[in-house]
Ligand binder design. Structure first.
Ligand code: CA
Length: 225
C-alpha cells in the first residue's frame, strides 16, 4: 500500500497554471511528492512511465483530452488510480469520465479538503487489476476497451447504457436494486428521476434482447444466467 510506505508520488495533469501550482503547493504541504504536466501527451507519457501512485487529471487539455488519456492507460492495462477534474460547463458529462476508466471525479470549483479526502480514498484502494473481460452467457463486456459483444458481434451503446450494463455485470449473478443503479450510473448528479432506470433498461433490452435483463419484482434487475 503506497499510502503507508513512505513517499507517495502524484502526477497532476492540468494546463491552467495557477490551478496546477496551487494543487502542487497544497499537496506538497500534505507530504506528497508532486509532478506537474501541462499537456495531454506529456501527461500520458508521465503516467505511463513515471510510476505514480495516483494521477489528478483535468479533462480539457492541449493535445489530448483527459478522457482519451485515461482510456489509453486502461487499454494498456495501466490501473494507476485516476481522479478526474471536470469543469461544470455542461460541455461534458461528468459520469463519462468514469465510463472511460477514471476512478473518481470532482467538479470544478472544488474544495481542496474534498480533493484530499478523495485522493486518500483512492490511494487506500486495492490496486489489483480489474478483470479484462466480463462474461455472462453470450454477452461479453470489456471495461478497458469499452466494448460489448453479443453472440460474437459488437453492440454500440451510449455511455449511460454502458455504465448500466457494467453495473449489472459486476453484480452478476445477484440482483441490483434500482437505487444502486441510480447511484452508480447517475451518482453525484443530485436528484435524478428514478424512472430513468426503467427507460435505460428498456434501451438495453432493445439492443441486447429482452430476455438478457430480468426484472425481479420489488428487488431490481439482474443479467440472465
Ligand atoms: Ca484545462
Amino acid at each position: 500500500m503506497p499510502w503507508h510506505s513512505g513517499v507517495v508520488r502524484l502526477l497532476v495533469v492540468e494546463d491552467e497554471r495557477r490551478m496546477a501550482e496551487a494543487l502542487q503547493r497544497g499537496l506538497e504541504a500534505e507530504g506528497f511528492v508532486v509532478d506537474l504536466e501541462g499537456t495531454g501527451p506529456g501527461g500520458l507519457d508521465a503516467a505511463r512511465f513515471g510510476g505514480y501512485d495516483a494521477v489528478v487529471l483535468d479533462i480539457m487539455l492541449p493535445g489530448l483530452s483527459g478522457y482519451t488519456l485515461v482510456r489509453t492507460l486502461r487499454e494498456e492495462e495501466n490501473w494507476v488510480p485516476v481522479l478526474m477534474l471536470s469543469a461544470k460547463d455542461g460541455e461534458y458529462d461528468q459520469a463519462d469520465g468514469l465510463d472511460y476508466g477514471a476512478d473518481d471525479y470532482l467538479t470544478k470549483p472544488f474544495s481542496f479538503v474534498v480533493l484530499l479526502a478523495r485522493l486518500r480514498a483512492l490511494l487506500r484502494r486495492d490496486p489489483a487489476p480489474r478483470p479484462a473481460v466480463l462474461e455472462a452467457g453470450q454477452l461479453r463486456l470489456d471495461p478497458a476497451a469499452h466494448r460489448v459483444m453479443r453472440d460474437g458481434s459488437e453492440v454500440a451503446l451510449s455511455p449511460r447504457e454502458f455504465a448500466l450494463l457494467e453495473t449489472l455485470f459486476r453484480a452478476h449473478p445477484t440482483v441490483v436494486s434500482k437505487e444502486r443503479i441510480l447511484d452508480s450510473v447517475w451518482g453525484g448528479e443530485g436528484a435524478v428521476d428514478g424512472n430513468l432506470v426503467e427507460v435505460y433498461v428498456g434501451y438495453l433490452r432493445r439492443k441486447l434482447g429482452r430476455e438478457r435483463i430480468e426484472t425481479v419484482r420489488g428487488a431490481g434487475y439482474r443479467l440472465a444466467p
